[in-house]
Design a protein around this ligand. Structure first.
Ligand SMILES: NC(=O)c1ccc[n+]([C@@H]2O[C@H](COP(=O)([O-])OP(=O)(O)OC[C@H]3O[C@@H](n4cnc5c(N)ncnc54)[C@H](OP(=O)(O)O)[C@@H]3O)[C@@H](O)[C@H]2O)c1
Length: 271
């Protein structure tokens, strides 16, 4: 039985993940972390016995097998800064997006003594899409095809462009033999002048309850190619994150990606 602590347990993703854990036969919820502590009925409303803050989380982390984090970039950074030692030897699955360089560095350091997997998107479909985007960008060169990424999310999303849009942008840049930072162009506005060749443009639409949609456009003079993905509900991300936590069990410390999971699935003929 995998004992899981969910950070961000009171959030949209936290709720779906708690339900997923309750339905599974090989995982159990060890407890939850959120911005505000909750006990009794207030905690039970979120499917938890007790919810603690990052500051109080040490005893909870000490007795879990895996931490799954869908909180905020600031909360995750605080958790890693404060509880690096308690997290040693555990599996850490990070779904939170918009992480800064300092947080990435903390995850790298922790990966010497813990199994760490972070992904901007836990749906397998998005990772297949990324492979297709890389291939399309390679075949349809920057000289002839302009590449733009449009993403749409619910009105409460905190970061833009989405982590998934950046993941797709990095795949496109790889296909074109360059680094995303060298060609990234965010949200044009004002007197922008002509589009520079080779740019990868990002556009973030925000509104309503949209779970997550991504569209990669390759725009030529005489044709247009579109590659797209839409998440129909959040359970796809929760299932992927829980699968990642199980997949990490028993592996060596290190930093893993969704591609590692896809690779071992392919080897075992699962997908
Ligand atoms: N990788 C993926 O597949 C994937 C999919 C969907 C979303 N995401 C990402 O997952 C993250 C969460 O998304 P969401 O829509 O679930 O967000 P949300 O509904 O806003 O939930 C945020 C959660 O973080 C907690 N939190 C806020 N401040 C905190 C603090 N200082 N310390 C500890 N916990 C704190 C909140 O607790 P309170 O209730 O106490 O404020 C809440 O439980 C975002 O970064 C989003 O982009 C990733």
């Amino acid at each position: 039985m995998l004992r899981v602590v969910v950070s961000g347990v009171t959030g949209r993703m936290g709720h779906v993940l708690v339900r997923r854990i309750a339905e599974s036969v090989d995982s159990e919820l060890a407890g939850g972390i959120a911005g505000r502590a909750r006990d009794g009925e207030a905690a039970a409303r979120h499917g938890c016995g007790r919810i603690v803050t990052v500051e109080e989380a040490a005893p909870l982390l000490a007795e879990c097998d895996a931490l799954i984090d869908f909180s905020t970039a600031v909360a995750l950074d605080a958790l890693l800064a404060r509880h690096g030692a308690a997290l040693e030897g555990r599996s850490i699955v990070v779904g939170t997006t918009g992480l800064g360089e300092a947080t990435e560095a903390r995850l790298d350091t922790l990966a010497a003594r813990a199994r760490v997997l972070s992904a901007a998107n836990f749906s397998i479909g998005v990772h297949v899409l990324a492979r297709l985007v890389e291939e399309a960008a390679r075949r349809l060169g920057a000289g002839e095809y302009d590449l733009e990424i449009v993403e749409t999310h619910h009105r409460r999303k905190a970061d833009a462009p989405s982590g998934t849009a950046l993941l797709l942008g990095r795949a496109a840049a790889r296909g074109r033999g360059t680094q995303l930072d060298a060609v990234r162009r965010d949200a044009r506005s004002g007197m922008t002048g002509e589009r520079a060749p080779g740019e990868i443009g990002f556009h973030a639409v925000r509104g309503g309850g949209v779970v997550g949609e991504h569209r990669v456009l390759l725009l030529g003079e005489r044709e247009r190619i579109e590659l797209a993905h839409a998440a129909l509900d959040r359970s796809i991300f929760a299932a992927g994150a829980l699968e990642a936590a199980h997949w990490l069990s028993g592996r060596a410390p290190g930093r893993y990606t969704m591609a590692d999971i896809a690779g071992s699935r392919a080897r075992t003929g699962e997908a």
